[in-house]
Design a binder for this molecule. Structure first.
Ligand code: UN1
Length: 515
């Protein structure tokens, strides 16, 4: 369509050539299979992309290693200055890149732009870090000795990202990797290659302008085999993977089998707990955003809602009113709140889950249908659902598995202890949210008897975290943290350096060993 070509050409992606190169290692190329990028709203093919062949992957990895060998000598504040320029280049394309996210992934305009903003924010953060990534000096037990903990660049970082945040999650990893002095190789989701090509185009121009090899931020679009090639390669020092628990399990095992490091950001099955003293004027819109925002396709989306008995009816009435106002529409129209699911397969997953809810006699308060009338029938539009399963048993798959679609399951509780038990009883542990104005509830929630998730919020919804906080989960959500907090410490290699500036060479622990 003309709209698609306008968005693509505003990001310097050629729409005249029939196949867009999807590999970058300092030069654009691609000799692997052709990936098609399909618009989830209209079903149109946006572009055909020449993905990476195994040979392309080998070359890109080799060039990344070379690029790292020189980039690690660039002083960190100078690397920060390059990150600042990347930030400016992204900001100049904020609207265009945001529109491409909406076009190719399907999220609504404000969220597409928000994702670019998230990348910009983490660049600011990494710029600051570039002057603050300090080690420590530790007291030695020996006279005339000092112990230094020294961070150095780590090497080549493999970044494997998911479709749902096709820009921001790469941004988290790239910015910290660059600040730390590493080279990266990015394998985006095979369904969002254009977002990756657009971002890499922006980043590579800045690198080249600064006389830095573009291979510092390489790109290999492709499928499973390319992802597996990165995971298996001992030249990739850290693999940062975002995706399903099933794939993440094999990534984690394969990377650790070769003693590599990994960061895993896998499934979320996030609960919001609403106490009867909560401010519903805040809680209702937040749950609405958590469950319906991004059409329920964030790792942090709200999937479980636990309501204290006294406010349950009122809460549901108000939430239903909000759901009633949502119309599925083109995500690029300003007023749209609900875009399509990303793929038709996601629609199948949604329909299967609705069918299962019916089979267990859950009460479906709203939703459950796929929109079949034109023009929505061309896209993957479904109606957000709220269901009350009869059973609150968290071993039932409706509670313990993550369905990547806008389905919110509700249960009613009497005491906070019960709700916390439910919150923690699932395998996943990404994000959790408690609504209360009682300090005692808040204290319990964040303490040893509270939520076991990586993100534990109070009067803040499950999704939409800021970059300054460490992002990640516990249990089957995986391990490691991305973005803020101490996440940068995973992107460097640490050494403990003991320095003796005395004229003796004593042993530690008072050990004597002389002939
Ligand atoms: C994800 O869904 O993988 O907290 C990332 C949020 C966003 C990032 C989500 N800042 O919802």
């Amino acid at each position: 369509s003309t709209r698609a070509s306008r968005i693509l050409s505003s990001l310097d992606i050629s729409t005249t050539s029939t196949e867009v190169p999807g590999v970058y290692d300092g030069e654009w190329k691609g000799s692997g299979e052709i990936l098609t990028s399909v618009c989830p709203t209209t079903g149109e093919i946006l572009a055909r992309v020449k993905s990476a062949s195994p040979e392309d992957l080998r070359e890109t990895l080799a060039k990344a290693r070379d690029a790292y060998t020189s980039f690690r000598n660039v002083p960190a504040p100078r690397r920060g200055e390059i990150i600042r320029q990347i930030r400016e280049a992204l900001a100049a394309k904020r609207v265009q890149l945001g529109a491409l996210v909406s076009l190719e992934m399907g999220k609504i305009k404000t969220e597409g732009v928000g994702e670019v903003q998230e990348f910009i924010d983490i660049c600011d953060y990494a710029l600051g870090l570039s002057r603050m990534m300090s080690g420590r000096v530790v007291a030695s037990e020996r006279v005339g000795h000092s112990i230094l903990e020294v961070p150095n660049p780590l090497g080549v970082i493999g970044i494997l990202t998911a479709f749902n945040f096709p820009v921001a999650v790469y941004g988290w990893n790239l910015s910290l990797s660059l600040a730390a002095g590493n080279a990266t190789i990015w394998k985006p989701s095979h369904t969002t290659p254009l977002c990756a090509i657009a971002v890499t185009t922006i980043v590579s121009k800045v690198l080249e302008h600064n006389g830095i090899s573009g291979a510092v931020a390489g790109l290999v679009t492709g499928g499973k085999d390319i992802g597996e090639g990165i995971v298996a390669n001992s030249g990739v020092d850290l693999v940062s993977f975002t995706g399903s628990e099933r794939v993440g399990r094999s990534v984690g095992q394969n990377v650790s089998a070769r003693f590599g490091k990994s960061i895993l950001e896998l499934g979320g099955n996030n609960a919001s707990i609403i106490m009867d003293d909560a401010d519903l004027n805040m809680a209702v819109p937040s749950v609405f955003f958590g469950a319906v925002g991004t059409a329920g396709q964030r790792c942090t989306s709200t999937r479980r809602l636990y309501l204290q008995r006294n406010i349950a009816d009122e809460f549901l009435q108000r939430l239903l009113k909000a759901y009633g106002s949502v119309k599925p529409e083109d995500p690029l129209v300003d007023t749209t709140l609900l875009g399509p699911l990303h793929t038709s397969n996601a629609v199948n997953v949604y329909e299967t889950t609705i069918k299962y809810l019916r089979s267990i006699d859950a009460e479906i308060l709203t939703g459950g249908i796929r929109y079949n009338e034109a023009p929505l029938d061309k896209g993957n539009f479904v109606q957000p659902a709220i269901a009350i399963p009869k059973s609150v048993d968290t071993r039932d798959k409706i509670w313990c598995t993550e369905t990547f679609a806008p389905i919110l399951n509700v249960a009613i509780f009497d005491h906070l202890d019960q709700a916390i038990e439910w919150n923690n009883a699932v395998p996943q542990g990404l994000s959790s949210s408690l609504w209360t104005r009682d300090l005692r509830n808040a204290g319990q929630w964040i303490g040893p008897n509270g939520s076991d998730a990586g993100i534990v919020n109070i009067n803040v919804g499950n999704s939409g975290a800021e970059i300054s906080a460490a992002f990640g989960g516990n249990k089957s959500t995986g391990w490691g943290r991305e973005s803020g907090g101490d996440a940068w410490k995973q992107y460097v290699r640490w050494s403990a350096c003991t320095i003796n500036f005395s004229n003796e060479a004593p042993l530690a622990q008072g050990v004597t060993f002389s002939a």
